[in-house]
Design a protein around this ligand. Structure first.
Ligand code: SF4
Ligand SMILES: [Zn+2]
Length: 119
């Protein structure tokens, strides 16, 4: 049986890859910081350690926290969630990231990631 943490880790890792594509493409000149799971409490990217600008770092951190606190059981994909717990600008920002990076990943043939498209 697949453990909940494994599902969340995978969900987070895919989300992180979308945010990395976005940040690498649009925020190239910004100063970046390495994701440190030790600083993120319960957050877990399954060992992945992306380098992101402060804005994208904050968006990933927020998204990972939302997933960790998800009230849905079993958790649907966020795309299909009726509650949608993201508030304010975070929801618009994550949708923009998924839209932008989704197109890029299709061009790169990463349909495996698109299959798990979250928003
Ligand atoms: S959007 Fe829905 S499925 Fe995603 S973390 Fe929030 S409540 Fe859970
Ligand atoms: Zn960025």
């Amino acid at each position: 049986m697949v453990a909940l943490n494994d599902v969340l880790d995978k969900d987070n890792m895919i989300l992180a890859q979308f945010i990395v594509v976005y940040c690498d493409s649009l925020h190239r000149s910004r100063e970046k910081a390495l994701w440190d799971e030790g600083d993120q409490g319960e957050s877990n990217l399954g060992g992945m350690a992306p380098t992101l600008c402060p804005e994208c770092f904050e968006l990933l951190s927020y998204s990972v926290r939302r997933r960790a606190l998800c009230p849905q059981d079993p958790k649907p994909s966020c795309k299909n969630c009726e509650i949608h717990c993201y508030v304010g600008e975070h929801r618009a920002r994550i949708r923009e990231v998924m839209r932008f990076s989704g197109r890029r990943l299709i061009l790169r043939g990463r349909l495996d990631l698109i299959f798990h498209y979250l928003f």
